[in-house]
Design a binder for this molecule. Structure first.
Ligand SMILES: C[S@@+](CC[C@H](N)C(=O)[O-])C[C@H]1O[C@@H](n2cnc3c(N)ncnc32)[C@H](O)[C@@H]1O
Ligand SMILES: [Zn+2]
Length: 329
């Protein structure tokens, strides 16, 4: 974690005020970043670990680790400092289930499909080559990138950033960009690209879309690309409203594939989701965005299985919460 990133983070345990976290840097890496340490709150004493350079700023770290015991084993084996070993051992004493891993972590079913999106030469892909009028596997990401107005002094957030494809693109248009995701493995890959290509104005951390560890009205832009089936949608929108500066943009894309994952609140389609967005304090101004979009998006499960989606695209501006005219859509 870049040392200065601590200045962006607040403790998750205080709803009435924002308490900035402090850094206890135990081990520094060769890029002068914190490789191992703790973020902590002077008000409530909560500690958030930083392991392999990745800050994990989640509300219930025990629950987070309990659902990733394979990773936990690796952290315990490979961490360097005595303090971290003791901290992890203490947590380990309470873990009751073993060999659990999240589907978005390394080894889980969704890990390789996202790696493919991030890394492979899509033009050489068997499916892409064999379809007439080849779908462009990057079309969605190009569309998102082109829709963003540059704000050289602005700060942006990419929620559910996976391996940071959109986050790193966004860093060309904003002065500082943060990517958050619940998958430690994805954030690890994202940080590898960030370090390899020396992106000085980007940082990633493990954090939950429903409990983002940032000040209100901090961001000039928020993106949530293909995330809404995985979270409580109303909570996601309310987090985005809380975090955005007034009149700032929210970009959401989604295939509305509510059957793929467990359903947390409600299924939405293009119309009901637009209404929900507006009910939660956003306005969709551009007339072309009032109608649903159908942008190709491909997930490669393996050499023989692909998921082909048409993804909807919404760009909305933060305004104050108001009653929505349902006849609009
Ligand atoms: C369908 S993927 C989309 C990834 C990326 N935005 C893209 O389109 O290439 C959804 C991502 O959201 C992450 N995720 C799921 N629930 C989350 C939550 N509550 N908070 C943050 N990220 C979450 C997953 O780990 C996964 O990386
Ligand atoms: Zn606190």
């Amino acid at each position: 974690m870049k040392i200065q990133f601590v200045n962006h983070l607040v403790c998750l345990n205080h709803s009435d005020k924002q308490i900035r976290l402090k850094l206890n840097n135990l081990i520094t890496d060769n890029q002068n970043e914190c490789k191992e340490g703790f973020l902590y709150c002077i008000e409530c004493d909560t500690k958030y670990p930083i392991i392999e350079g990745i800050a994990m700023v989640v509300k219930d770290i025990f629950d987070y680790i309990q659902n990733r015991t394979e990773l936990y084993g690796k952290w315990l084996l490979h961490c360097h400092s005595k303090e971290m070993k003791e901290y992890l051992k203490d947590i380990g004493k309470k873990i009751v289930l073993s060999n659990k891993n999240n589907t978005y972590e390394d080894g889980g079913i969704w890990y390789l499909p996202y790696k493919w999106l991030q890394q492979e030469n899509h033009k050489e892909d068997r499916l892409v080559k064999s379809l007439k009028g080849s779908p462009n596997a990057n079309e969605l990401y190009d569309r998102v990138f082109n829709s963003i107005n540059p704000k050289i002094d602005g700060i942006a957030l990419d929620i559910g950033c996976a391996m940071g494809k959109t986050t790193l693109q966004l860093s060309q248009k904003y002065s500082f960009v943060v990517g958050i995701d619940l998958s430690f493995s994805f954030i690890k890959e994202a940080r590898k690209y960030m370090q390899e290509f020396r992106h000085g104005n980007v940082e990633f951390c493990v954090a939950d879309a429903e409990f983002p560890p940032f000040h209100p009205m901090k961001f000039d832009l928020i993106m949530a690309i293909n995330l809404i089936e995985l979270v409580n949608t109303t909570k996601l929108l309310s987090s985005c409203h809380w975090l955005l500066k007034p009149q700032s943009d929210l970009i959401i894309t989604d295939p509305y594939d509510f059957n793929r994952e467990r359903i947390l609140d409600k299924k939405y389609d293009a119309r009901s989701f637009r209404i929900l967005v507006e009910e939660n304090g956003f306005e969709i101004n551009e007339s072309s965005l009032k109608k649903e979009a159908f942008i190709p998006w491909i997930l490669k499960i393996n050499e023989r299985i692909y998921l082909f989606y048409f993804v909807d695209f919404i760009k909305a501006k933060k305004i104050s919460k108001h009653k929505v005219n349902l006849n609009k859509y």
